[in-house]
Design a protein around this ligand. Structure first.
Ligand code: NAP
Length: 258
C-alpha cells in the first residue's frame, strides 16, 4: 500500500512517524510525505529513515492508493486545486471542520473520501481516531480502521456524529489534562512534589481508561461503586465533586466544544 501524506506539521508528522513503525506480515507500506516548506521534512527523515520525502505534493501522490491531507483547514481548498487525482485513489482529510461536501467540491479526479479526526496522543500511537467515509466500500472502511488502529484506536461514525465525537475525544483530551493539572495542584498543596503528583494523577487516568476500554461490559458507575466503601473517604470526595458542579461543568464544556 502506498500512502502519501500532504503536510508535515504536527499532525502530518505524527501520522507519518506512526505509520512508518508498522510491521505487518500481510502488507508492505510505502509512506511518502511532502510539505510546502522544506525544513520539517529533513528532521522527519532523520527520525524515521524509512519515510520517502517528495519534492512536491503532486510527486508524493503519484501512484499513491491513499492520500492523507494534513494541511491547515484554510489551506485545503488551495491545496486541492493544485492536485490531480485518479478515480482509484482515496483522499483522507484530517482537517477539522472540512466537510465531505467541501472536499467533493474542491477535488477533481476521485470521489472517494475519508475524514479522520485524531487527537494529540497520536504521537504516542495512543490516539482516538474518529473516521467517517464517503463513497467507499465496506472492505476499504475495514482497511482504514485497521490502518489507524496502528496509531491508537479507531471508530467509524457517520459524518453527522463527527462534531460530537470530536468534542469528546479531541477536545476531551484537554479536559482530562485540566483534571490532571487540578489533581497535581491539590497534591502539591498536600506535600507531594510536582513530579510525584503528575505520575500519580496521570497513572490513575490511564488506569480508568484502561479498565473502561478493556472491559466492554463495565461502566463508570460500576467502577465508582467498587472504590467507594460505605462511610469511606472516596465517597466523600465523589460527593464533593458533584456538590462543586463537576458533572455539570464537564457536560457544559463538551456541549460548548461543538
Ligand atoms: N494537532 C491536532 O491535535 C489536530 C487534531 C485533529 C486534526 N488536526 C488537523 O490537522 C491539520 C494540521 O494541523 P497541525 O496541528 O499539524 O498544524 P501545524 O503543525 O501548524 O501544521 C500545518 C501544516 O499545514 C501546512 N500549511 C499551512 N498553510 C498552508 C498552505 N497555504 N499551503 C500548503 N500547506 C500549508 C503547513 O505547511 P508549512 O510547514 O510549510 O507551514 C503544515 O504542514 C489541520 O487541518 C488540523 O485541523 C490537528
Amino acid at each position: 500500500m502506498k500512502i502519501a501524506i500532504i503536510g508535515a506539521g504536527n499532525m502530518g508528522s505524527a501520522i507519518a512517524k506512526g505509520l512508518a513503525k508498522i510491521e505487518s506480515d500481510k502488507e508492505t507500506f510505502n509512506i511518502c510525505i511532502a510539505n510546502r516548506s522544506k525544513g520539517k521534512l529533513e528532521k522527519l527523515k532523520d527520525e524515521s529513515p524509512t519515510l520517502s520525502i517528495a519534492n512536491s505534493f503532486n510527486e508524493a501522490i503519484e501512484k499513491a492508493n491513499l492520500i492523507i491531507l494534513a494541511v491547515k483547514p484554510w489551506a485545503m481548498k488551495e491545496t486541492l486545486a493544485n492536485l490531480k487525482f485518479t478515480a482509484d485513489q482515496t483522499v483522507a482529510s484530517v482537517a477539522a471542520g472540512i466537510t465531505f461536501e467541501q472536499l467533493a467540491e474542491w477535488t477533481t479526479g476521485t470521489e472517494r473520501f475519508y475524514r479522520i479526526i485524531p487527537n494529540t496522543a497520536i504521537s504516542h500511537q495512543a490516539s482516538m481516531n474518529i473516521i467517517a467515509s464517503h463513497n467507499t466500500s465496506a472492505s476499504d472502511d475495514t482497511k482504514m480502521l485497521e490502518l489507524f488502529n496502528h496509531l491508537g484506536t479507531s471508530i467509524l461514525l457517520p459524518e453527522s456524529k463527527m462534531a460530537a465525537a470530536t468534542a469528546l475525544a479531541s477536545c476531551g483530551i484537554a479536559f482530562l489534562f485540566k483534571y490532571i493539572q487540578a489533581s497535581m495542584q491539590a497534591g502539591v498543596e498536600l506535600g507531594l512534589t510536582p513530579t510525584e503528583a503528575k505520575l500519580l494523577a496521570s497513572q490513575a487516568a490511564i488506569g480508568a481508561g484502561t479498565i473502561l476500554s478493556k472491559d466492554v461490559s463495565t461502566h463508570p458507575s460500576t467502577e465508582i461503586d467498587k472504590v467507594t466503601t460505605p462511610g469511606g473517604i472516596t465517597i466523600k470526595g465523589v460527593n464533593e465533586l458533584d456538590k462543586q458542579g463537576f458533572t455539570t461543568a464537564i457536560i457544559e464544556a463538551i456541549k460548548k466544544s461543538i
